[in-house]
Ligand binder design. Structure first.
Ligand SMILES: [Zn+2]
Length: 191
């Protein structure tokens, strides 16, 4: 599926969800059986792990529709990139949407400089380059930071992956950063 059509399908699903007019597609017994043969997801989602942004629900999709990678703050490392390369190179997905969201705890924690135990500083390490330019005193600083982080992740995917870059240059792939509003349920495209 061309990325233009994939994007349209995602946005239409999200608007159904936001309006509480879901179709709940591809969730029948018959469809589950069809998928045993193989998967052909039409888009990949790289989202924050936040429990309020479950991809199939907010895009009103079903089984076999979306290839999904989720980490706190949609931070990326080699394994995340490899998973997305699999979606593009093997499954021929033409669209990756990076989904940041309102009130992201990961971004907020880094922005406010909280002391974090265990492996959590790794999150800050990955998020920091995106957040360096933020004026934390400005109005809507956190919302701005979350949006900048989403765009940063989309850019970094291209910069760190030969597979994704080549697919993008050949117009076989589009990577689009987005922002999810918790109150309205609406996905806003950032590029
Ligand atoms: Zn989050």
């Amino acid at each position: 599926m061309h990325h233009q059509k994939a994007l349209k399908q995602l946005i239409e699903g999200n608007r159904r969800f936001a309006a509480m007019k879901q179709k709940h597609p591809h969730q029948t017994h018959a469809h589950r059986q069809e998928l045993v043969e193989g998967q052909h997801p039409f888009a990949a989602i790289l989202s924050c792990s936040d429990s309020r942004v479950p991809s199939e629900i907010v895009f009103d999709q079903g089984l076999g529709d979306l290839f999904i990678v989720r980490t706190a703050g949609h931070t990326i490392d080699d394994l995340v990139i490899a998973s997305l390369e699999y979606a593009v190179f093997v499954l021929k997905v033409s669209l990756i949407m990076v989904v940041g969201h309102e009130q992201c705890g990961a971004v907020t924690a880094v922005l406010t400089g909280q002391e974090l135990p265990g492996h959590l500083p790794a999150l800050a390490h990955h998020l920091n380059p995106a957040l360096e330019s933020i004026d934390t005193q400005a109005d809507h600083a956190i919302e701005t930071a979350i949006k900048i982080n989403s765009c940063y992740t989309a850019r970094t995917l291209i910069n760190h992956s030969e597979v994704l870059r080549q697919a993008t240059e050949a117009d076989q792939l589009r990577i689009v950063p987005a922002y999810y509003d918790l109150k309205t349920g609406v996905i806003e495209l950032l590029a």
